[in-house]
Design a protein around this ligand. Structure first.
Ligand code: M6R
Length: 367
């Protein structure tokens, strides 16, 4: 059932062109210039009148939520807060019937997420679910929702579910923005055309970076620490890259907004510190260039994820992974793919049990 791949995780990484396509199927109608999402449309007044949207999740799904915040605030101009389910539920949060809660969960069984939703529901919030597992507990208690349709995810490290979650959040942001007038028609049309081509971009990245990333991984089998840095939309992508590495390879890794480096983590940088930096052209590129200069001056080992044709960051990097250029909002989807591969191969070369890492369960049904 691994389809010829050595692990489910690798199979699932390679399934992403298809899974992202499946997530959009029947929803993104590019020729008609329409995003069809019954769950949103049937409750459009709730979204329109929402004071704010609160996104609740754990782990990788929480990282997707952070990107959802950037998307929804940028394109629909609705205030968004992103909460760890476990923190939200225990801190007596302010919730009203004017709030819309979006729950993100691959398994639909995460205990903390479930409990947070029950609390929000009691207080009258409208609950929207983004789940992968059909008819799961979380899917059942929501008022409406969209399944990600990524297909079963077996590897404990979430990969294709994450990019599917990002796809749904993108569709929601564009749909709400189009409806409330914050996203003009011309921009909407060009963004949806670009979204429609994302499965092809992922395919491109898989074939153009697979071997290269495998080789890079060989040089970091003995690493004990990693930093992942990004700005804007790619800050959560950095968090996600770090989580992937730590959970399957057991190498300590931290993700940071690149500009936060100077507020502490820069003290860690020396010739033994590998630093993955996500630096696509669109999205604070000049700022990233100066962050990279600071790292270079301290001899950190730089693995840069850049757009094809990049010169400035590439000239300073020890390793360069090229991805195609996209609008900023799509770059976490495309940039995450080589980072998944990097974590995967480092773990494989360390002899780790990639699909079932120690101490972890696929769905965390304990609190
Ligand atoms: O099933 P969920 O999306 O609710 O799971 C949330 C986290 O437990 C999950 O994303 C976890 O962080 C993954 N193992 C990350 O790869």
């Amino acid at each position: 059932e691994k389809g010829g791949y050595e692990h489910f995780m690798l199979k699932e990484i390679f399934e992403q062109p298809k899974s992202v396509h499946d997530t959009m199927r029947g929803r993104l109608l590019v020729d008609e210039g329409v995003i069809k999402m019954a769950g949103i449309w049937d409750h459009i007044e709730r979204f329109k009148n929402a004071n704010r949207i609160i996104i609740i999740a754990c782990g990788t799904s929480w990282h997707a939520g952070l990107i959802g915040e950037y998307l929804i605030e940028e394109y629909a101009r609705i205030p968004v807060e992103v909460e760890y389910a476990s923190e939200f539920r225990y801190r007596n949060p302010i919730i009203t019937d004017k709030d819309v809660v979006i729950a993100i969960s691959q398994s639909g069984e995460t205990a903390d997420t479930m409990a947070a939703l029950k609390l929000a529901k009691e207080k009258g919030a409208f609950i929207y679910g983004i789940c992968n597992v059909v008819d799961s507990s979380i899917a059942r208690i929501t008022d409406a929702g969209s399944y990600t349709h990524a297909g079963p995810e077996i590897g404990v490290a979430s990969t294709k579910a994450f990019t599917a979650q990002l796809t749904i959040l993108t569709l929601i942001a564009f749909k709400l923005g189009k409806h409330n007038g914050n996203l003009g028609n011309a921009d909407f049309m060009s963004l949806i055309a670009e979204l429609d081509a994302i499965p092809k971009r992922i395919e491109d990245v898989l074939s153009s970076t697979h071997e290269l990333v495998q080789n890079i991984a060989k040089d970091f089998v003995g690493a004990t620490n990693f930093l992942y840095l990004g700005r804007g939309y790619n800050y959560p992508a950095a968090l996600e890259g770090a989580l992937k590495l730590k959970e399957i390879s057991y190498i300590h890794a931290e993700g940071y907004p690149a500009a936060e480096m100077k507020h502490g983590p820069i003290a860690l940088i020396d010739e033994n510190m590998p630093i993955v930096i996500i630096a696509p052209k669109k999205g604070h590129y000049d700022k990233i260039v100066s962050n990279v200069q600071e790292i270079k001056a301290r001899k950190g080992k730089i693995i840069a994820v850049v757009n094809r044709g990049d010169t400035q960051v590439s000239a300073m990097a020890d390793y360069v992974i090229e991805i195609p250029e996209t609008s900023e909002c799509f770059s976490p989807i495309v940039a995450s793919v080589p980072l998944q591969l990097l974590a995967y191969y480092i773990a494989v070369y360390r002899g780790a049990n990639v699909d079932q890492p120690r101490n972890l369960a696929k769905s965390v049904t304990v609190e």
